[in-house]
Structures are given as C-alpha cells and as structure tokens.
Design a protein around this ligand. Structure first.
Ligand code: IMP
Ligand code: MG
Length: 178
C-alpha cells in the first residue's frame, strides 16, 4: 500500500494535553506512591512525557513496562493477548496506573487489566493517549483520555505502522495514495 502521513495532532497540542492529564494525576495520587505501567512499545513516548510532568514533590513515582501481543504488521486487530514481557515490579498493594497509546477494540486493555487485578493492586486505573470509541468491542473504563479520535489509522509519538513512524513528534493519520 502506498500512503502518506498527515499531521492529525500537533506536537504542542499533545504537550498541552499531557500537562493537563499529569496535573490531574498529581492531584489524584498526592502524597502517595504510584507505579506507572507502560505497555510497550507504543506508550513509551507518552509515558516518558507524562511521568516528567507529574509533580515529583507530591507523587512518589516508579515506572515499569510490560509487552503484550496486539497488532501484527497489518491494520487488523488481533484477538488474543499474550504476555511477551512481564513487569519487574510487584503489583500487590500498590497504586497502579496503566499507560497505553490507543484504546481501540478495548481487548488488549481489558486482558491486561484482568491479569494485573489477579495480583491484588491497591487501585488500578487506566490512562490512554488516544481513544477510538467507535471501534469498541468490549467495555472498558478508561480514567484518563488524551484525545478521542474517529476511526482512522494513526502513527507517531510512539505509535507505529509495521514498526515505522514511532519517532514522529506528532500524531499523524495514515492516508492511502491510490
Ligand atoms: P485493542 O486491543 O483493539 O484496543 O488494541 C489496542 C492496540 O492496537 C493499541 O495499543 C495499538 O497498539 C494498536 N492500534 C490500534 N489502533 C491503532 C492505530 O490507529 N495505529 C497503530 N496501532 C493501533
Ligand atoms: Mg499497543
């Protein structure tokens, strides 16, 4: 497929929204410890930016990463979730905030949530950069949403198409060229 990438969400819009969400997270977890759980690899940029905007004088922050299987090299959603890399940190008794790039069908997060809940966290919340509500197949409560977007394929700011475009500083829309 021949395609081009058009800017959908600009760098400064992302930065502004990241700061707003980080402020909410700071308020929610003030004087507490919080473990941010990033889902590799898509959430890496978002986690790095949001973590540095959470007030370090108010929240005692730890980060960790988990990798689960989701999309292959196609634009189709896979149906099954496997742990490719598990957390290093203990979840038991801790406040956990999952950081995700996109909630699409909701299957990945609902599975990850199930897995982490079996480890008895004190609280478990979800934060996603992007949400595609039209595509939802399973119900999932998302506590923090960066941007709601329609059903189009995006890349950039951590998000890939066949492992490409993750390092773009903006979120772009993939547009097919005929
Ligand atoms: P879900 O299980 O269908 O919610 O899938 C969520 C995952 O699919 C996200 O973490 C992304 O890795 C991937 N995904 C969904 N939409 C897109 C997209 O537009 N571009 C790239 N990856 C996507
Ligand atoms: Mg993903």
């Amino acid at each position: 497929m021949k395609y081009k990438v058009e800017v959908a969400i600009k760098e400064d819009e992302i930065a502004k929204r990241v700061k707003e969400i980080a402020d909410e997270i700071t308020k929610m977890y003030e004087n507490q410890s919080l473990l941010l759980v990033g889902l590799l690899r898509g959430s890496a940029m978002f986690l790095a930016d949001i973590a540095r905007k959470i007030d370090y004088n108010k929240v005692d922050l730890t980060i960790d990463f988990m990798d689960v299987s989701s999309y292959g090299n196609s634009m189709e959603s896979s149906r099954e979730v496997r742990i490719l890399k598990d957390l290093e940190e203990d979840v038991n008794g801790r406040h956990i905030l999952i950081i995700e790039d996109i909630v699409d069908t909701g299957r990945t997060l609902s599975e990850v949530k199930k897995i982490l809940l079996t480890r008895n966290p004190e609280t478990l919340r979800i934060c996603t950069l992007l949400d595609k509500p039209e595509r939802r197949e399973v119900e999932i409560d998302v506590d923090y949403i960066g941007f709601k977007i329609p059903d189009f394929f995006v890349v950039g700011y951590g998000i890939d198409y066949a492992q490409k475009h993750r390092t773009l500083p903006f979120v772009g829309k993939v547009v097919e060229i005929k």
